[in-house]
Design a protein around this ligand. Sequence first.
Ligand code: ADP
Ligand code: MG
Length: 575
Amino acid sequence: MLKLYRYLNPFTAMVVGVLVFVFLQTLGDLYLPALMSDIINDGVMQGDTDKIMQLGGLMLLVAGGGAICAIFASFLSSKTAVGLGTILRSKVFSRVESYSLNEFDKMGAATLITRTTNDINQIQMVTVMIMRMMISAPMMAIGGIIMALRQDKTLTLVLAVAIPVLACVIVLISSRMIPLFRLVQVKIDKINLVLREKLTGIRVIRAFNTVAREMRRFDEANADLTNNYIKVNRIMAFMMPAIMLVMNLTSLSVLWFGGIRISNGSMDLGALAAFTQYAMQIMFSMVMLAMMFIMVPRAQAAAVRINIVLETVPEITDAEETKDSFTAKGYVEFKDVTFSYHGAEKPALRNISFLARPGEVTAIIGSTGSGKSTLINLIPRFYDVDSGRILIDGVDVREMSQEILRSKIGFVPQQAVLFSGSITDNIKFGNAKATDEEVKHAAEVAQAAEFISNMDGGFNHVIAQGGTNVSGGQKQRLAIARALVRKPEVYILDDSFSALDFKTDARLRAALKKETTEATVIIVAQRVGTVMDADRIIVLDEGRIAGMGTHSELLGTCGVYREIVSSQLSEEEIA
Ligand code: ADP
Ligand code: MG
């Protein structure tokens, strides 16, 4: 947790402020009983009204000052903790943004969300507590003992018994509570995971009628957490009365033995009154310390989890010196590229070499799982190659800055993703500077203009979160329009026609061809019809290139291609 507290730097002044105010407040608290003792001894017992008024005024002043200090301390400590939380959240968020897909594959969205919200809240809460109690608890305990000794040494023997007893009670209880609190964190994570999976998969759950089963799974996780909390609360419920019992017994003994000493004449009334209050202060500070011992390990666990996020270094980062000047435009070249996913047994791609030129369409075809998406994900550097090189305009993608690299590319992913916002917003996502004319033109090329004009609001029609209010084919076309407004050098379309009917598919490709005469187009497709008229077709089979050439060339040379073709087209269509 200490590691996280380095982010407190900008708040140094406020932290010091809190500590000073808490110090002053505690000082006042320690002084008050002594003052009271003086009022009783020097004022009340002597019948000296002036003295009472004088000391009473001072007491009022000290108490009032203490209250003001407490207000400031509480205000500043909350402000500091919230500020720390804000900084941590933004640090975590920007770190997660810089992750490459490798890190996302490893960590998962559910736990990243819990860590940014719940775990940071934990840290925030404990920060307030530590700032307030770090000084006041030990000061109150030690100061209390010193002040009590000053009032009456013999009576302090009562405390010599009471304090160890209270300490035993506290240690016994918190040693049972700490592991339970640790578990709570793990269980909250579990609930978040189940909940997230269920909510994103709600359509499938409904469709397969598994609502009841999923409810049970959630109920189990929920009941698990509840039981844990109940256990914690049971111990808590026991803790308060136990502590109160010890405290009250202590008061009783102080009064009992104090009474004896007063009737002996070896102690005065004021000292006894002050002594009882110091005894309470000492014990109360011990309870505060115990609370800290319980809360801190819990926040510690949260801190460790946040640190893991902050310390995970993305595998894909910009080279120290990036080469960002190019002589050519739009050339994408693979040179003997081999790539495997982390933890995979065999490479997803092996010895891939080809050159895609501007003004040409390069198509990639192959069965599902043959590595098509993997291949094109390497171009924007979502993953890095194991061996070989990928060159764009003659420069290795690992040597240029990711920003420049990606600005060259218009990427349409296999699963079209839209964001909540209007259709225009979604298309402009590709290029914030695009004019309305350009947006409209892109939509026309992507064959989206017609269905957009049929929606109410047209381009202002609002896309729901996750794009649930448009069909799969509409989503694909909007994603293509989004890539088009970017006017990139390289278009990458991953199976982006799969949800379109044949007619729309053909029209879209014709329009696209006119639009992209100068750009390099790389199309992944399942349908032979989609790739037939490409300048170059790459046939992928289990991560290897099984053949490369035009449609008619491949028919003669590539068995895998012939198989795909004959499974899809009739004899006449092939010729
Ligand atoms: P295609 O797009 O041709 O259908 P992919 O490129 O998506 O195929 O997948 C190729 C292979 O890589 C498959 O065997 C798949 O299981 C594996 N794969 C894809 N994505 C990942 C990933 N993120 N982690 C591990 N393996 C993956
Ligand atoms: Mg794919």
